[in-house]
Design a protein around this ligand. Structure first.
Ligand code: HEC
Ligand code: HEC
Length: 263
């Protein structure tokens, strides 16, 4: 069983690598100016860890991750009872949540509620089986939106890249309740601070007076921040901690939740 599983992953990665190389030669010229392709392209021989993070960015917002047009209109598979409309209804996270728990997690109520289950049940499933689901009527993605190679990345993420967010989150009040903040400070000061500053306020993606710093997000939406720490924010040059033990990411969360949230 063990052996069969490993062969399956190796075969999936080889397919991803082969298809990615041919896809890359098409787009290499177009994007060569952009940090040597780091943001939107794939390495010639993608490691499993790279693939999991790349799949995670597709799960987050595939058009930014893959440099595609933002979809127009609401996803026909989005429930009519849901409160969202437009492009966001095409994001995996909008139906399944940042905690991958859908209606059983943080999206069990509020404006993101859809009643759709999470993807935790597919944790450990075969990439092939997940790919079949990702082309069914609940997932009306065309090849122009997400190609088979790219879909295989997100399928690998579903199979082997999910974390159990209940390990470090109090699901009732959506707050970080675990992790070693001292260890998190070491990682934040030496890695995240290069772009976000020592107190996380060098980049601000808020609007006008509404600031949005790392600290703001870690306090308000820690499940989202955890996803981005492990996969990076799609479409920008950000690193991710996927190559390290998940406990490092949890420690970063514990520290990030202590950072300033406003001016
Ligand atoms: C518009 C809402 C919606 C979006 C967006 C969406 N899904 Fe789903 N997904 C569903 C529904 C509904 C189901 C359950 C029915 C089914 O399996 O088709 C489901 C089922 C799944 C399952 C099977 C879960 C299990 O326990 O077996 C996986 C895996 C999955 N989706 C992954 C994804 C991924 C990856 C994306 C983005 C590429 C995505 N979904 C986008 C609605 C959505
Ligand atoms: C190489 C630069 C770089 C590094 C290193 C980096 N980031 Fe980022 N990060 C970015 C950029 C660029 C953005 C996009 C900001 C924007 O949208 O204006 C971003 C966005 C984010 C976001 C918010 C995304 C959103 O809009 O919701 C969070 C949270 C975040 N980073 C956390 C971290 C953490 C934690 C670390 C360390 C583990 C880290 N980043 C390391 C560049 C970096």
């Amino acid at each position: 069983m063990e052996r069969k599983l490993h062969l399956g992953i190796a075969a999936a990665l080889t397919t991803i690598a082969t298809l990615a190389i041919s896809a890359q030669s098409l787009s290499a010229q177009e994007h060569s100016e952009e940090a040597y392709g780091y943001v939107h392209e794939s390495p010639n021989y993608p490691s499993e860890v790279w693939t999991l993070a790349a799949g995670g960015r597709i799960y987050d917002k595939w058009w930014d991750a893959l440099d595609r047009d933002e979809p127009e209109g609401t996803n026909p598979a989005y429930p009519v009872t849901g409160q969202k409309s437009g492009s966001t209804t095409w994001r995996c996270k909008e139906c399944h949540g940042w905690d991958y728990m859908g209606k059983d997690g943080i999206y069990s109520g509020g404006s993101h509620y859809t009643g759709i289950p999470g993807i935790r049940g597919a944790d450990g499933s075969s990439v092939e089986a997940i790919l079949v689901t990702l082309r069914n009527d609940s997932h009306p993605y065309t090849q122009e939106m997400i190609t088979d190679v790219e879909m295989a990345r997100v399928a690998l993420f579903v199979s082997r890249g999910q974390v159990d967010m209940t390990q470090f989150l109090d699901m009732e009040n959506r707050k970080v309740n675990a992790g070693n903040a001292d260890r998190g400070r070491e990682i934040f000061q030496t890695i995240c601070a290069a772009c976000h500053g020592f107190d996380g306020r060098m980049l601000d993606w808020g609007d006008g007076d509404e600031h949005n710093f790392v600290g703001t997000e870690a306090v308000d939406v820690p499940d989202e921040v955890m996803h981005k720490v492990l996969s990076a924010h799609p479409g920008v040059q950000m690193i991710n901690l996927r190559a390290f033990p998940y406990s490092d990411a949890i420690d970063v969360m514990a520290y990030a939740a202590t950072l300033p949230t406003g001016e």
